[in-house]
Write a protein that binds this ligand. Sequence first.
Ligand code: AMP
Length: 186
Amino acid sequence: MRLIFIGPPGAGKGTQSKRLIDYLQVPHVSTGDMLRQEIKDRTEYGLRSQEYMAIGKLVPDPIILEIMGHRLDQRDCANGCLFDGFPRTLVQAEALDDFLSRRGTPLDGVLELVVDKEELIRRTLARGREDDRPDIVRNRLDLFYKQTALLSDYYRKRGLLHAIPGTGSPDEVFDRIKQVLKKIAS
Ligand code: AMP
C-alpha cells in the first residue's frame, strides 16, 4: 500500500507512523529523517538543507525532490511505503503524482491526523527537541496552516483524503487508522 501521512507538527504522526509501518510492513519514507541523516553524513544536500531546518523553514522543493527521487528507486519501496512529512507543498504533491504514475504505482490514500492548534503547541513544546523552541514551533505551525494545509484540498478533490481525529490514546487513534485502511482496501 502507498500512503501519505499528513498532519501538523506535534499531531502524533511519529508514534502512529511507527505502528503503521509495522502493521503494513512497508518502509517509512520520512523526509525529515532523511534530511537529518544527510546533515549527519555532511552531504551536499545536508549542508544545503540545514540552514532552513534550523529556523523551521521548508527546505526548497528541488532538494526534496532530488532526495525523494533517489529514495523511490530503492527496492524496498517496490511494494509500497508510508510517506511522512512529504509532500509538504503542492509542487511536491504534483511531483509525487508524476513519480508514481511513471512507475505505475498510484497512491492508495492520504491519512490526515487532525488535532486542535492549542493542543499541538502544548504537545510539541513538551517533546523538547532541539528545533522545538517556542518561536520555531509557531513558525512551523504557521507554515503548516499557510502552505501545507492546501494539500488536504488537493487530495480531497481526488477522493483520496481520510481525516482521522488525533485525540485520545495512541491505541484509540491507531484503531481509527485501521478502520480507514479497511475502507481503503475494500
Ligand atoms: P519533520 O521531521 O518532518 O518535522 O521535518 C523537519 C524539518 O525538515 C522541517 O521543519 C523542514 O525544515 C524540513 N523538511 C522535512 N520534510 C520536508 C519537505 N517535504 N519539504 C521541505 N522541507 C522539509
